[in-house]
Design a protein around this ligand. Structure first.
Ligand SMILES: [Zn+2]
Length: 429
């Protein structure tokens, strides 16, 4: 089996797959069942005969799936029931409206989305309609089930990102249900971008993350969309009638979105990969700004011939690490971007070992504050030394003993370097 004429590294059992991923067997199997880990089955040999290609596992890891929050059996989200209850309660409308709106729940049960009131009573139930995957399975992404109050009137729709495994890479779809649980629209992700040759990208897109901004109680969802086969990626604002407006184009996957601030002035923070520079990247755009594109640079093949003319408020390249380079991986992977009340953090992982390497911390204007080496870096350094992948001991390590440096870009100032102090397990501040 070969797609490019070269022999591909093949793993021929769950054990080999688990060892390659450096997780236990159960975790690998759970990742396949729930997160679309690209594991293949030998036809005719039942469910036990599995194999996987290393490059496909690498791609899957690079997309950050391993670090997604583990979905619970059901996802519980606040559901503003004031409106939804009144639609189904019939004669009960008047009674419901005279009571304070009860807290409620949206949850996913198998193929059904269920809305419940605060006492667990069912308000509506919507069966998702889609064909079974190649193994008869489906992989719903439960963390993206949430109410969206487009109109700010307390009658939210339910928005759900449905992901389905197909061949190697999953496909995704955004599904919008009205306050009665009826289908309003579905959106198959796509970005209106042309590559360097003026050719369209393959029509294979996935949704990576979703956040919601709010202005005067009216909510707007934003999604990051990545091409399954190439590096193209961007961020779209979704309109109430199910259209997507491209608001930011990046030269590499945008993996995580976060909202900083409130109302009209709220900003979108994003983290991902910039393939033109082979670095983890960060960007910030205003939620009301005109559409924009990452600053150009690097090989011409990583450009668009049709991309928004505007600029982001800020763009940043985080440094590479000797850990990923030691294992022949081009960049560390940003796997989480927690937005807190006063800081935004970006966690960089080693793609080979799946260990957390560095946590970067920024203020809410995305100015770098500090970087912290994780407690795993020391053990990992020793391991890579023993394997001969690193040619120096920790004492002589440049990376763990000096400030790190980011490349920061602003529309007014262009590129500049910024040294950021490093806290390590040997030297905590
Ligand atoms: Zn070192």
């Amino acid at each position: 089996m070969s797609t490019d004429g070269k022999t591909r590294e093949r793993l021929s059992s769950w054990k080999e797959i688990a060892v390659y991923l450096r997780v236990d067997l159960k975790t690998a199997q759970r990742w396949e069942a729930r997160r679309g880990l690209p594991v293949r089955r030998v036809p005719g040999e039942g469910r036990r005969a599995v194999f996987a290609f290393q490059d496909e596992l690498d791609q899957w890891l690079a997309r950050g799936h391993a670090n997604r929050e583990e979905p619970a059996r059901t996802t519980r989200r606040a559901w503003w029931m004031a409106g939804a209850a009144s639609f189904t309660a019939g004669l009960g409308v008047w009674i419901w409206q005279r009571r304070p709106p009860p807290a409620g729940i949206l949850e996913l049960q198998g193929r059904e989305i269920v809305a419940r009131d605060s006492r667990g009573g069912e308000i509506w139930r919507h069966r998702l309609d889609f064909p079974p995957g190649p193994h008869g399975d489906d992989y719903p992404m439960e963390r993206f089930l949430r109410p969206v109050d487009w109109r700010g009137n307390g009658h939210p729709d339910a928005l759900f990102i449905h992901r389905q495994q197909r061949d190697v890479i999953g496909t995704t779809e955004l599904i919008c249900l009205d306050p009665r649980g009826q289908l309003r629209w579905r959106w198959r992700p796509a970005l209106d971008l042309m590559d360097f040759n003026g050719e369209p990208f393959e029509h294979e897109w996935s949704i990576q993350d979703m956040v919601v901004t709010r202005v005067d109680g009216r909510e707007t969802p934003w999604v990051s969309v990545t091409n399954n086969l190439r590096w193209s990626s961007g961020v779209c604002r979704i309109t109430e009638d199910g259209r997507a407006e491209l608001r930011f184009a990046n030269f590499g996957y945008v993996l995580h979105l976060g909202v900083v601030g409130d109302g009209r002035d709220s900003m979108l923070a994003m983290s991902g990969i910039n393939n033109a520079f082979n670095r983890p990247c960060l960007a910030m755009i205003g939620s009301s700004d005109p559409p924009s594109t990452a600053p150009a640079g690097g090989p011409a093949r990583y450009r668009y011939t049709s991309a928004p003319a505007g600029s982001p408020r800020l763009y940043m390249l985080l440094p590479n690490s000797e850990f990923n380079l030691a294992k022949g991986k081009p960049y560390p992977i940003p796997k989480r971007m927690p937005v807190r009340s006063e800081t935004v953090a970006v966690e960089l992982y080693d793609p080979a070992s799946l260990e957390l390497l560095y946590t970067w911390e920024f203020d809410l204007g995305m100015q770098p504050l500090k970087v912290r080496a994780s407690s795993e870096t020391l053990a990992l350094h020793r391991l890579y030394e023993r394997e001969g992948a690193l040619g120096h001991p920790i004492d002589a390590c440049d990376e763990l003993n000096r400030p790190h440096s980011v490349r920061l870009w602003t529309p007014a100032g262009g590129w500049s370097e910024r040294a950021v102090s490093l806290a390590t397990p040997m030297n905590t501040d």
